[in-house]
Write a protein that binds this ligand. Structure first.
Ligand code: ADP
Length: 479
């Protein structure tokens, strides 16, 4: 079985969020199960030199993009048994930030989508299935199904389209983007890829892919409702027979408290007392008083409303009435940056923050915290709560999307559960839930130790989910 993943980001080469973690880890898990899974990405200028230096040129070509013929090259790089291909075309991928520059972003990923389809023979890998991810590659199924049906090889390729976050849809002016794509005008209708007068790359993926998957079973249900459907619930319901949800895993080799080079002391279930050393190191690094007895509650997140930051805004002062320390790592909307920085100014002995993206620091925070707060408004899967558990840090989550699939609230009567949770998107529910968690932390050390052991023993590796993807692929190609 030959699978080619196409995505806009992939750890460790380039990462802005959970998509990169998934594309970095799932192909590796598939390869370990005997699937020939490979990955294709844009070769951004931001990819670190340590990887660029090890890339080999494997193909060169040119493609027609609008009225222009654009030359490109393909480089490859091997890592953990997986072949990664990089589409090299500085005109589109020499960028300061990979997202957020309007129509240029549309052209960037339209070009990438075209290149993914065009380069297959040159790289000598025509897959059985192209596995596309999020809007940046949503045009691939649409192009394949409309412009490549006379091509004997490409006509055979099946597509799986994974939705990692339905909110980001890649919406562009049809006329301007289509000058480069040449799609037939009849596609610009509500049944196909028109979305309120614009072209939607997300909708293109949903309408044309052979199978659609999302990153948790619960989110697969939620997005068929108006509340979570981002105005695409109608088309998702129309395609419900090919829509499924498979929970993401994490790369347990990379996120491993027993081996992680970024953290102060290594620990596992047996050596779990060493987690206290990581907490002490974190308090020092973040200039918080070194107080082992106080619970450290952390958030590592993109600073957007999706992540429940407006709830935090409502009750942050109430939370800080408890004897706790809070550590924030994030980047994003200035409004939330201001709130966090203001809290740090007012409570320098309780609040610490790092505004920006810092992968090694994120690991030290996961390792050194007691609780991890993730009160998302919606959460397709969420990886941070899984990474927290892996480092013995107990999540507090809102029961939505993948958070609901992965975190089970502590039940004091049966002594079951791996975290704390609340149901409604309500600041006072979040506050109450956090207060309860803090109370358990202070009042019942044996219970907390059992909870920590359970967290450290949770298995959120990719193996089980990789099997589910293999079943999905088998169902699609009939073998
Ligand atoms: P999303 O993909 O919606 O941002 P996820 O929970 O699925 O959320 O994945 C977020 C990933 O990005 C996790 O690996 C998390 O540790 C990481 N991350 C988020 N913000 C930062 C940051 N500021 N610095 C370092 N890592 C971050």
């Amino acid at each position: 079985m030959k699978i080619l993943f196409a995505a806009s980001e992939c750890a460790p080469f380039i990462k802005t969020g959970g998509l990169a973690d998934v594309v970095g880890a799932l192909p590796k898990a598939l390869v370990q199960k005997g699937v020939d899974a490979r990955v294709i990405l844009p070769k951004y200028s931001a990819i670190p030199e340590q990887y660029r230096a090890g890339m080999k040129r494997v193909a060169e070509g040119a493609l027609l993009f609008g009225i222009e013929t654009v030359p490109y090259a393909i480089d490859s790089y091997e890592l953990s048994g997986v072949t990664f291909y990089f589409v090299d075309c500085p005109d589109y991928f020499d960028v300061h930030a990979i997202y957020g520059d309007g129509l240029a972003e549309g052209f960037r990923f339209a070009f990438f989508s075209r290149a993914v389809i065009e380069c297959l023979e040159e790289i000598g890998f025509v897959p059985d299935i192209l596995h596309l991810n999020d809007w940046q590659t949503g045009l691939v199924p649409a192009l394949l199904k409309t412009q490549y049906q006379q091509d004997t090889k490409r006509r055979q390729i099946r597509t799986v389209y994974s939705i990692h976050n339905l909110r980001y849809q890649g919406i562009f002016d049809w006329d301007r983007l289509n000058t480069r794509l040449g799609l037939d005008g009849h596609l610009f209708t509500p049944d196909y890829i028109e979305f309120y007068g614009m072209l939607s790359c997300m909708k293109a993926g949903i309408v044309f892919a052979d199978r659609i998957s999302t990153v948790s079973p619960n989110y697969a249900e939620e997005i068929r409702t108006p509340y979570y459907g981002e105005q695409l619930d109608g088309v998702l319901n129309r395609r419900a027979d090919v829509l499924s949800g498979i929970l993401n895993g994490i790369d347990t080799e990379s996120y491993d408290p027993a081996n992680d080079p970024a953290i102060a002391k290594h620990f596992d279930v047996r050596r779990r007392r060493k987690k206290a050393d990581c907490k002490k190191a974190l308090q020092n690094e973040m200039h918080l008083p070194e107080r082992p007895e106080v619970p450290v509650i952390s958030m590592i997140t993109r600073l957007t409303s999706q992540k429940g930051l407006d709830l935090l805004e409502c009750v942050l002062e109430d939370m800080l009435r408890m004897d706790i320390q809070m550590v924030f790592l994030g980047s994003g909307e200035q409004h939330y940056v201001d709130i966090i920085e203001e809290a740090r100014r007012k409570h320098p002995d309780r609040v610490a923050c790092y505004i920006g993206f810092n992968e090694p620091l994120s690991r030290r925070i996961y390792a050194g915290s007691d609780l991890f707060l993730m009160p998302s408004q919606f959460e397709p899967c969420g990886l941070s709560q899984l990474i927290s558990l892996r480092y013995g840090t107990i999540p507090i989550v809102r029961e939505t999307g993948g958070l609901k699939d992965s975190i089970h609230a502590y039940n004091q009567y049966t002594d079951e559960g791996n975290g704390f949770s609340f149901a409604n998107y309500n600041a006072h529910e979040m506050l109450y839930c956090t207060e309860q968690a803090v109370k358990w932390f202070y009042d019942d050390k044996p219970m907390w130790d059992r909870l920590t052991v359970r967290a450290l023993k949770c298995d959120f590796g990719w193996s089980a989910s990789a099997d589910k993807y293999i079943d999905l692929y088998r169902g699609l190609i009939g073998r």
